[in-house]
Design a binder for this molecule. Sequence first.
Ligand code: ADP
Length: 369
Amino acid sequence: MTLSPATTPVPAAHIRIENLTFDYGGKRPAVDRLSFDIAKGEFIGLLGPSGCGKSTTLRMFAGLLAPTSGQISIGGQDIVSRPPWERNLGLVFQSYALFPHMTVAQNVAFGLRLRKVGKEETAARVAEALRAVRLDSFGQRRPSELSGGQQQRVAIARAIVIEPEILLLDEPLSNLDARLRDEMRFEIRDIQTRTGITTLFVTHDQQEALTMCDRIAVMNAGQLEQIGTPTEVYDHAATPFVANFIGRANAIEATLDRAAQTTGAPILRHHGQSLPQPRAQDLPPGSGTAVSVMLRPHVVRLSPPAGGLTARVLRRVFVGSIIEVELELLSGSRLVAELRPGGPEAALAEVGSEVGLDWRPEDMRIFAA
Ligand code: ADP
């Protein structure tokens, strides 16, 4: 596993996860030596495909599962040895899990009642939490009288009213329809920014993670692939998995001639054709010659064929703001380019025609195959 170079300084750890492991007794641990830090007030996304270990990680935070090994500490204090009710956590699930027979205000007050907070203070804190989620005038309603988005905001108010040390959000947008989901993304992020509560947000949706999080921890098969800002994981994917999982990526198999670096000869070749010259700092470590070149569709540039890397246009699809073009290299490998409608490149990309291909050196990520 490679970790990305830390291009953004990582703030001081408030929450520390160290070698966190959970084994259900399957072929491999569901969570496998997970380690990363979360700063106070950070909004961290835990992102990965179904089955990668997100819920298991969250359950260990919440105290519903005891780690097989490893640590979770908040402010230097271990929380793994504490029972769930002694961890100061706010939990929000995809099913809002509100009590139907209680009013909104009673739902929000629930955690304070458990903590034996006095009546007056409870009323003041419930009012403040409802204000934070913009439901000030809804306290006396029942959950059934609210929309899905409003119910989810009540669930958030109920979680933040106890002033938790960390807010755990488990796919909180999955039950909402598409339009509401987009609104709630900003809503949740806004509530978090205003309250400053450190948040761990579990999602399998890369768009949610990219638009909402300060940093994203990308998980695959129980392990951390990369943690970084949305820009870092998108533009500087540390592994092929991250490049493929976040956004679209083309992969071109190539051979790397390290000796050519000194002579200025082509360094990357794909079935006899030269690829654009890479920057020395982008070459993968190690001595292998088989590499995989990853390219985002929007970085591929088309030109009239001029003897360089050539492809044939197989398909062209207009998708509104862009034209998607499927290209076939002489080797038979395919890649996708995204072009601006009406531009000179779009004019070249007639189905069946031959085009020259090129991209900026800094736009390719090169991984050892
Ligand atoms: P995610 O939340 O990312 O979808 P999970 O944490 O639910 O992933 O699951 C991680 C892995 O652990 C998966 O391979 C899953 O099949 C396995 N797993 C989850 N829950 C159990 C369980 N109760 N018993 C056995 N295996 C489980």
